[in-house]
Design a protein. Structure first.
Length: 196
């Protein structure tokens, strides 16, 4: 019986996350009510509060799930792009995945539009830093190891490259004229390959 209850609880939790993600993407955080989420998930507010505590906690988990999905895909593509002759290839492949994500309506609305206002600027930055910093750091260290960048520049370059990617993501999501995932990637690749 306990196993079945645990399975039911996991199903309910998964349904709440799925319903919330869909509604946050289509309606935005502010316009999505707990009642909307519960109705779409086919469950009660009591179940929502049991699993998440409040709407913000539910949003945070949806936000983190999207970021982790991006991270897994970026790592997969970076691994596939590893090259003995091009030390930049893996990093750039991961960056391309990020830029492509910034064109997705779910990522735009949840991570880039609602994320900063719901999590707060500091909360958004800290969560994004935790999830994204290690990948950029590892990439820069690899390029340093290959002798293409000076080792005394690692920390500032990691901050600058992450900031450039985040800034590009916000511009893409706002539909800034002339700024597309493709145009940013082309400019970013030139920038990265010129670093010394």
């Amino acid at each position: 019986m306990a196993r079945r209850s645990k399975s039911n609880a996991e199903t309910t939790r998964s349904q709440l996350l799925s319903a919330a993600k869909t509604l946050f993407e289509k309606q935005g955080y502010a316009e999505t009510s707990l009642a909307d989420i519960c109705k779409a998930a086919g469950t009660t507010k009591g179940a929502l509060f049991h699993h998440f505590g409040n709407k913000e906690a539910l949003f945070r988990e949806v936000w983190e799930n999207l970021q982790e999905e991006l991270d897994l895909e970026a790592r997969k593509q970076a691994k596939a792009a590893r090259s003995r002759t091009d030390p930049y290839a893996a990093f750039l492949a991961g960056c391309k995945v990020y830029l492509n994500y910034t064109t997705r309506p779910d990522y735009q609305q949840i991570v880039l539009i609602d994320g900063p206002s719901v999590l707060g600027e500091v909360g958004w930055y800290e969560s994004d830093h935790y999830l994204g910093n290690q990948n950029v750091d590892a990439a820069v260290r690899w390029i340093v190891k290959k002798g293409l960048i000076s080792g005394d520049r690692i920390d500032p370059l990691v901050v600058m490259l992450r900031s450039a990617l985040n800034g590009a993501g916000f511009s893409i999501s706002r539909g800034t004229p002339g700024v597309t995932a493709e145009s940013v990637f082309e400019a970013f690749e030139r920038l990265v390959r010129s670093l010394r």
